[in-house]
Design a protein. Structure first.
Length: 122
């Protein structure tokens, strides 16, 4: 998945098939119609198992929806005020390496974002 994509957006796009990388590094193509369930590991499980998902964390986007973010690709965190429906709200802007898009805005503070990442590195 692209670094700033939501799983729901990828599943709802117009492609009929998705390329998936297997644990052994090979790739397979899966029909979206064949997908019955997707289970992502929690950050706690990933950290405990010290696997490749340890850098993926669940955050909350500006519309209060959960979003999975690969913090391995993040290069900056900046806390700022954002206007939404006439109200000011604090947001953290996450910048990504090689990203040409605007930073990803989430409601969690930089400290909340970094806590599981720091724990994974211990």
């Amino acid at each position: 998945m692209p670094d700033q994509a939501r799983l729901s957006d990828v599943l709802d796009d117009d492609r009929a098939f998705l390329p998936l990388e297997c644990a052994d590094g090979t790739f397979v193509t899966v029909s979206k119609r064949a997908i019955e369930r997707i289970t992502l590991p929690s950050p706690e499980t990933a950290i405990r198992n010290n696997d490749a998902f340890a850098t993926w964390i669940t955050l909350t986007d500006a519309t209060n929806r959960p979003i999975f973010v690969n913090m391995e690709r993040a290069v900056s965190l900046k806390r700022s005020m954002a206007e939404r429906r006439g109200r000011a709200a604090e947001r953290t802007a996450i910048g990504f390496s090689g990203a040409e898009n605007e930073p990803l805005l989430v409601i969690e503070s930089p400290e909340e974002i970094l806590a599981p990442v720091r724990a994974a590195k211990k």
